[in-house]
Design a protein around this ligand. Structure first.
Ligand code: NIG
Ligand code: FE
Length: 399
């Protein structure tokens, strides 16, 4: 089936920067982009989507989510507003461990239903590719349950789903050393054997795993064939950016407290920074990532939602793009690249998604605005008109 996206006011191709084309069209054949630019549309047979007065971008990519969980933690949200810190709540058995308890109580089917409903909503907000981490199970059987749900979402929803096994925190009643051994000897080999995840990620931070524990686990994961990610420097500077560089992680995520030397190390090793402005908003962290230094390094900065019940209940990538500008002062152009092509790099899919280019996958968002700067600017509005995934319309507004 052929589709013509006709006469868009602006097309952001993401080729060499924004790659802006004014008043152009896009020709889609089946699931692939065939032509982009000022096209001769005469004799075209297929569906025409009128894009007059609209902006067209690649489908949005959310490179960091914790989408599979049960229960909510609005009480902790309220406590934090009273001044109680995320770390304090976690130390008292709240935080991740509470979601672990609620997620363990849910059946695999219940978890799948919850997540599939969330994906339906996410599609309306323009996400066409999503990374999903496990991490609210902690034991072998519970992590496998979550990973099976993620893989089922991959097979049964229109989105490209990238599964990540996340080593999230130390379970109650378990010694740290024993849990690290259990990861290396039991859980990681089984997740690898069952091929349930492409990436392995670890929470290397103040309340979670130390640098040396993280190194041990990630090294084992690498041996087993996982590509690596790391959650780090979210709550304190623990030197996780340097560890990411040393181990050759594809990406390092959060990076609120990362210093210039950490950024330099990431630059040398080509580790993609994934910044999460929604989490900064929820945690009300005064310190912000060193955006200017990241920009000067020339590393492609990605942004993502970090959607999870503790530190960010936002799954809408347009909102995250706005927050990148408003909370992190990211230039609009960079925020848009960060949610498309740079996010594709963070999940190693940059040769297939994140750009509007010949032979790339036909994933698009058509926006009801005539200038791309209105995307973050009109924060409070839903601006999306059409979402296309692999050449199929997966969401369309009635108007
Ligand atoms: O990315 N930092 C670790 N994990 C999540 C929070 C998880 C939770 O609080 O449930 C994050 O912020
Ligand atoms: Fe996270």
């Amino acid at each position: 089936m052929a589709i013509l996206l006709k006469q868009a006011r602006q097309i952001l191709t993401m080729n060499d920067g924004l790659g802006l084309i004014q008043d152009g069209s896009v020709l889609i054949e089946n699931d692939i982009i065939k032509k982009v630019g000022r096209l001769n549309e005469q004799g075209f047979r297929g569906r025409v989507i009128d894009c007059t007065g609209c902006v067209v971008t690649p489908g949005l990519i959310d490179a960091h989510t914790h989408l599979v969980f049960a229960g909510t933690r609005e009480d902790e949200f309220a406590m934090r507003l009273e001044g109680i810190k995320y770390e304090t709540i976690a130390k008292k058995g709240g935080g991740i461990l509470r979601t672990v308890a609620m997620t363990r109580s849910a059946s695999e089917d219940e978890l799948y239903k919850l997540a599939a409903e969330r994906i339906k909503m996410i599609i309306r907000h323009g996400t066409t590719t999503i990374e999903i981490k496990s991490g609210y199970g902690l034991s072998l059987s519970e992590e496998l349950k979550i990973l099976r749900v993620i893989n089922k979402l991959k097979d049964n929803t229109p989105l490209d789903v990238i599964p990540t096994y996340l080593v999230h925190t130390i379970p109650r009643f378990m010694k740290r050393r024993d849990y690290v051994d259990m990861q290396c000897e039991e859980i990681l080999p089984e997740v690898a054997r069952l091929k349930l995840a492409e990436f392995c990620d670890i929470f290397c931070d103040k309340t979670a795993f130390t640098k040396s524990e993280s190194e041990k686990i990630l090294k084992k994961a690498k041996e087993l064939g996982f590509a690596l990610k790391i959650h780090t420097d979210e709550l304190a500077n623990v030197g996780g950016a340097k560890l990411a560089a040393k181990l050759g992680c594809v990406s390092a995520e959060h990076l609120i407290y990362t210093t210039k030397s950490g950024i330099n190390a990431m630059k040398k090793a080509g580790v993609i920074p994934v910044l999460l402005p929604g989490t900064s908003l929820y945690l009300q962290t005064e310190r912000k990532p060193l955006i200017k230094d990241f920009m000067e390094s020339g590393l492609p900065i990605a942004i993502a939602s970090d959607f999870n019940p503790g530190t960010c209940m936002i799954y809408s990538m347009p909102k995250i793009i706005s927050l990148a500008s408003l909370v992190y002062r990211m230039p609009v152009e960079l925020a848009l690249m960060a949610a498309t092509i740079n996010a594709a790099r963070a999940i190693r899919k940059e040769d297939r998604v994140g750009k509007i280019k010949h032979n790339y996958q036909a994933d698009f968002v058509i926006w009801n605005v005539d200038d791309y700067r209105k995307i973050p600017y009109q924060f409070g509005e839903d601006l999306i008109k059409v979402v296309i995934k692999k050449g199929k319309i997966i969401y369309e507004t009635n108007s």
